[in-house]
Design a protein around this ligand. Structure first.
Ligand code: R1P
Length: 310
């Protein structure tokens, strides 16, 4: 494929599609839901008008993009996989092909560190910190006091996106049933402090592997900073939105971001959600995120021009 690339600085194929996500102008909407896996993306796209996307594509790198309408408003759901690098491909390549403003919401799963975010709740982060392994601390020349993990300062989600997600989730909570969540109605928790990590293992404080990870006090440190949930993407989405928004005074190309996180695990008690509880949360939260996104306004001049997109 390399011979078809037009620009080594920002490669696209001969049809103008970005090299990894594999989309071109007209194929993605201004409002986007990003998820980790194809099955969740398809379950959300089942809420589209007509029950299916109008356009879809799976790239060679397994980004799955599904674009359709939800109550008449264009919406894209994209499955990007996991972790910081894939967020970087997704946000930069999406920015390159969508005209105007972007609103991006990540709907993902997370682990909880806090009693107020129990398994089966859906949390809406106000802010997110990044936790990265300090590779130099593991070097043979490292000083004895080098910190093995770096915890960043927090970066906020967009306040309006946060509030819209919270309202949509709160107004559509599933009723309590005996079979799920111990008979309790699933709860919604707003204003949460999240941490996104560069590893599911070392930088989330997991131990018992064969590796030198020096993370036995990490969870306590992170809880001490007020962190309530762990996942692996939100911080970088917030960071790249900020990097986009400060790079240009042109607010018509701003990126607003938010997240809804379904609590699948409790990292302190090691509890885990059941498959039927996952199905319940995904159905509820998937529709609520669609509702929140189409309810957020974007000025007409900051939308894709009429007729350009599918
Ligand atoms: C790890 O198992 C993955 O699950 C969480 C983490 O952020 C990470 O991507 O999110 P998803 O369920 O959206 O993939």
């Amino acid at each position: 494929m390399k011979e078809t690339l037009l620009d080594a600085n920002f490669p696209r194929d001969a049809e103008g599609r970005t090299y990894h996500v594999g989309t071109k102008p007209g194929e993605m909407a201004n409002r986007i839901i990003t998820v980790g896996d194809h099955a969740r993306a398809r379950r959300i796209a089942a809420h589209f008008d007509g029950g299916a996307p109008l356009w879809q594509r799976e790239s060679g790198r397994k980004f799955l993009t599904l674009t359709g309408t939800y109550r008449g408003t264009p919406l894209t759901v994209i499955s990007i996989g996991m972790g910081f690098s894939l967020v970087d491909f997704f946000v930069r390549e999406t920015r390159a092909v969508v005209h105007g403003e972007l609103i991006i919401v990540r709907l993902g799963s997370c682990g909880s560190l806090a009693a107020e975010a129990p398994i089966g709740s859906v949390v809406v982060p106000k802010t997110s910190v990044g936790i990265t392994r300090n590779y130099d601390a593991f070097h043979s020349d490292a000083a004895a006091d080098e910190e093995p993990y770096h915890i960043t300062r927090p970066l906020d989600c967009d306040a309006d996106v946060h509030d819209a997600l919270l309202a949509a989730l709160q107004s559509s909570r599933p009723a309590a049933t005996g079979a799920l969540f111990g008979g309790e109605q699933p709860s919604v928790v707003g204003q949460v402090v999240n941490a996104s990590t560069d590893s599911f293992y070392s930088s989330q404080g997991r131990s018992g592997t064969f590796f030198d990870d020096r993370n036995s006090d990490l969870i306590d440190k992170v809880i001490g900073k007020g962190v309530q949930t762990f996942e692996m993407e939100t911080f970088v989405i917030n960071h790249l939105a900020r990097a986009n928004n400060v790079a240009s005074a042109d607010t018509s190309r701003r990126i607003r971001v938010g997240a809804a996180q379904m609590v699948f695990a409790n990292r302190v008690t090691a509890g885990f959600i059941t498959p039927s509880e996952v199905e319940c949360l995904e159905g509820w939260a998937g529709r609520a995120v669609c509702e929140a996104l189409v309810g957020l306004s974007i000025a007409a001049e900051n939308l894709q021009p009429e007729g350009v997109w599918i």
